[in-house]
Design a protein around this ligand. Sequence first.
Ligand SMILES: N=c1c2ncn([C@@H]3O[C@H](COP(=O)(O)OP(=O)(O)OP(=O)(O)O)[C@@H](O)[C@H]3O)c2ncn1[C@@H]1O[C@H](COP(=O)(O)O)[C@@H](O)[C@H]1O
Length: 108
Amino acid sequence: MDAPFTLDDLVAIVRERGRSGDPGSYTAKLIAKGPARVAKKFGEEAVETVIAAVEGDAAALTSEAADMLYHFAVLLEVRGVALDAVMAELAGRTGRTGLEEKASRPPE
Ligand SMILES: N=c1c2ncn([C@@H]3O[C@H](COP(=O)(O)OP(=O)(O)OP(=O)(O)O)[C@@H](O)[C@H]3O)c2ncn1[C@@H]1O[C@H](COP(=O)(O)O)[C@@H](O)[C@H]1O
């Protein structure tokens, strides 16, 4: 069975496509428009995600969340922020709640 697709995989694809210069790449074209344009797209996808969540439409929420995560990956790429830095920031917050013990425990 194939390994599950991860956010790291998505970030790697976005990095490669964004730097490819391929005129057929949506990622490369969006990045060429600059950080403000990428941020606007991310904001639009975030709002569409919120609307799907409020409406309680699980299929739409799944699709909009995927669009939002893709544009989030493009936003990190265009601003040169590593996903690892975001995850390290989150990991640093787990100590505040004691959840890190639960997270490191093997599944029951
Ligand atoms: N996950 C995605 C992904 N999700 C959404 N999108 C694109 O995001 C765009 C957003 O659609 P909208 O209707 O909101 O916007 P639009 O009117 O098409 O474009 P805008 O002028 O508003 O920017 C669509 O063109 C989608 O195809 C994505 N484009 C690419 N990927 C991933 O990136 C990879 C590389 O894609 P390319 O860069 O195109 O090679 C793909 O194989 C996928 O894995």
